[in-house]
Write a protein that binds this ligand. Structure first.
Ligand code: DC
Length: 224
């Protein structure tokens, strides 16, 4: 079974998705981390983003994996732990550009489908309910107001020892949403059959419980 959790930047997807996975015994897949890992790899390399063929060949050589270790989801690129590096402001600034490239999306969607075919998964991202798993049994679309999202992002960054002003974070989040929603391929969009959850005034425990209550109910829509 797939539980898709989509939504804009810093809407509470990761925290919620991880806890829903833990409580329901599902595996967890962070597709944003995969696009961040590609962006990090691009920044480390001399690969030409305009050369589709070359980029596709280079991507096929990159080994991106995620593993649960001591309660955290760690991300590896070709065997190196890049969990902290993919949250850097530079990766965050470039990730919308890299993730809008069709060959990047094709490679990542293929990988996401292969990984999640292995069992029950909570998959978080931007296009999970619309493109990657349009037949997902459950789809949630998380939203929150800009100020709340910027405050959450600031807290996450502070844990990594990075300080950024709220106003700067609001601008960055809005800019990333604009790019992610307006791109030609798989833009950020709520699936017609997704349940919208506004997390602005919910605690983490409340948003997790809301989703757990929903998925306990029998499915009302047909599944394939
Ligand atoms: O969830 P996040 O902020 O870590 O995601 C980083 C970026 O990755 C986001 O700005 C757009 C891209 N992304 C995407 O294009 N498709 C997904 N399914 C997940 C993320």
């Amino acid at each position: 079974m797939i539980i898709a959790i989509d939504g804009p930047a810093a809407s509470g997807k990761s925290t919620t998705a991880k806890l829903v996975a833990e409580r329901s015994g599902f595996s967890y897949l962070d597709t944003g981390a995969m696009y961040r890992a590609v962006t990090y790899a691009v920044l480390q390399s001399r690969v030409d983003l305009a050369d589709e063929q070359g980029l596709a060949e280079w991507l096929a050589l990159q080994d991106i994996t995620q593993r649960w270790e001591k309660g955290t989801c760690r991300v590896y690129l070709n065997g190196t732990d890049i969990t902290a590096a993919i949250r850097s402001p530079e990766v965050t600034r470039r990730v919308s550009e890299v993730s809008a490239i069709p060959v990047v999306r094709q490679a990542m969607v293929r990988l996401q489908r292969t990984l999640a075919a292995q069992g029950d998964y909570v998959v978080e991202g931007r296009d999970i309910g619309t493109v990657v798993f349009p037949d997902a049994e459950w789809k949630f679309f998380l939203v929150a107001d800009d100020e709340t999202r910027a405050k959450r992002r600031q807290k996450d960054l502070e844990q990594l020892g990075i300080h950024q002003d709220i106003s700067e974070l609001v601008r960055e989040i809005q800019e990333r949403d604009r790019k992610d929603s307006s791109r030609a391929h798989s833009p950020l969009r709520k699936a017609a059959d997704a349940i919208e959850v506004d997390t602005s005034h919910l605690t983490i425990a409340e948003q997790v419980q809301f989703i757990l209550n929903q998925i306990k109910q029998p499915l009302t829509k047909e599944t394939s």
